[in-house]
Design a protein around this ligand. Structure first.
Ligand SMILES: [Fe+2]
Ligand SMILES: [Fe+2]
Length: 406
């Protein structure tokens, strides 16, 4: 097969990206496109607006939602340590072993997946001029030809740039005509005009309340912001998409509530983001990790991930801050004498933007003004749910409700 590879931040994905994919597929040079949303590229190590998993799943939902045929989205960069340079990504992606398995897992017939493949790196013609300054450009050209999109009327420099690449580095450069809008992700987020964002991506953005004041993380330290981005990448290996996005949403909302109620924003961001990190570990491992953090306090299967999460965050990420670990440990049940941070993570978990188990509008409104009142409303909803399911309320939750005057 002739495979086009299209890398980018997609922060957010817009109609220009979609036009690029469609035009490349129509160019006659390739049979399919593999889109590779970046995790840590050298230009934007931490400069993206959103951590990698949001951008990855936004792209995936967009490709599916638009029904783009012969287009796949790859998470290959999560398996690369350090900066994901194009040369490094291509070395891995174009290896027989990797690409065959990847194509088969995307329902490409085995016979096709196992034939000899030719690779093309898809790029905008505006980046051709700087290609020779990229990391190991000669190596890139060993793995793939360049397939550059040219807008009608913008040929002159492009021809010169491609000739220079071929002369200095060898390899092959092909051009294709790009039909579509001219827009940029930074233009979209800068202006707040999202009209060039395709509907499936827009739906994703609304569901998770992305690109809002909360996700700018104003007032969060640069270190905490970097940690948040790194932990998001780390958790991709441990959680399914829904839960991963949920736990990151809780990070954002916790940081926002910390701002409203005068709590440490860095701690709230990290505790919120990690609160469910252990939820998909094997049950026995959760039990063992839970015991190490809180003894026999939690035995019910559904609750184990909270203390286990504290152990996981401590041992795998080296988080030593007891306040953060406790906020993770007690996020499901609550407890007596809760700290501000514990309350914030408890509440954010129940009402983050993608939660829709009931109409949460009144609680969300209360959470902007009166923390304890929002806590009471949440605890009452939890109590009602437990009563209707005939389940017993955990003694720690009973203590929390007593403290809240319930
Ligand atoms: Fe949880
Ligand atoms: Fe949760």
């Amino acid at each position: 097969m002739r495979i086009g590879i299209y890398g980018g931040s997609f922060d957010p994905v817009h109609n220009g990206h979609i036009a690029m994919i469609r035009s490349a597929l129509k160019s006659g040079f390739i049979d399919c496109v593999i889109v590779v949303p970046s995790v840590r590229n050298n230009f934007k190590l931490y400069a993206n607006k959103l951590p990698a998993p949001y951008r990855f799943f936004m792209m995936k939902e967009t490709v599916e939602g638009l029904g783009l045929k012969d287009c796949y989205v790859s998470d290959i960069e999560y398996g690369i340590d350090g900066v994901s340079y194009t040369a490094v990504v291509l070395a891995k992606l174009t290896s027989d072993e990797y690409i065959r398995e990847y194509l088969i897992s995307n329902d490409v017939k085995r016979r096709k997946a196992e034939e000899h493949h030719e690779f093309f790196w898809i790029m905008g013609s505006d980046t051709l001029g700087t290609f020779e300054t990229w990391y190991k450009p000669g190596e890139i050209l060993k793995y793939a030809s360049l397939l550059a999109a040219v807008r009608p009327g913008d040929n002159t420099d492009v021809d010169k740039a491609s000739a220079s690449i071929v002369k200095n580095l060898g390899g092959r450069v092909e051009l294709f005509r790009l039909d579509g809008v001219n827009c940029s992700s930074s233009g979209i987020t800068g202006s707040g005009d999202f009209s060039e964002v395709p509907e499936p991506a827009m739906e994703f953005i609304r569901r998770h309340a992305l690109y809002t004041a909360n996700t700018r993380l104003d007032g969060v330290s640069e270190d905490a912001r970097k940690q948040f981005f790194d932990y998001a990448t780390w958790m991709y290996q441990h959680l399914g998409s829904r839960r991963l996005l949920h736990t990151l949403n809780v990070g954002y909302l916790s940081a926002h509530l910390a701002e409203v109620f005068g709590c440490d924003k860095d701690k709230a961001l990290i505790a919120g983001a990690l609160h469910d990190c252990a939820k998909e570990l094997p049950a026995e491992q959760q039990l063992e990790m839970a015991k190490r953090y809180s003894g026999e306090l939690f035995t019910e299967k559904k609750l184990l991930h909270s203390p286990a999460g504290a152990t996981f965050a401590k041992e795998s990420l080296g988080i030593a801050d007891k306040e953060i670990l406790d906020a993770i440990c007690y996020h499901t049940t609550g407890k007596d004498n809760m700290t501000l941070l514990e309350k914030i993570v408890y509440l954010a978990d129940k009402i983050e933007p993608s939660r829709n188990y009931t109409d949460l509008t009144p609680i969300r409104q209360a959470a902007e003004k009166d923390l304890d009142s929002a806590m009471r409303m949440t605890a009452a909803a939890v109590r009602d749910k437990f009563v209707s399911q005939g389940r017993e309320i955990h003694p720690m939750t009973v203590l929390m409700m007593k403290d809240l005057g319930m």
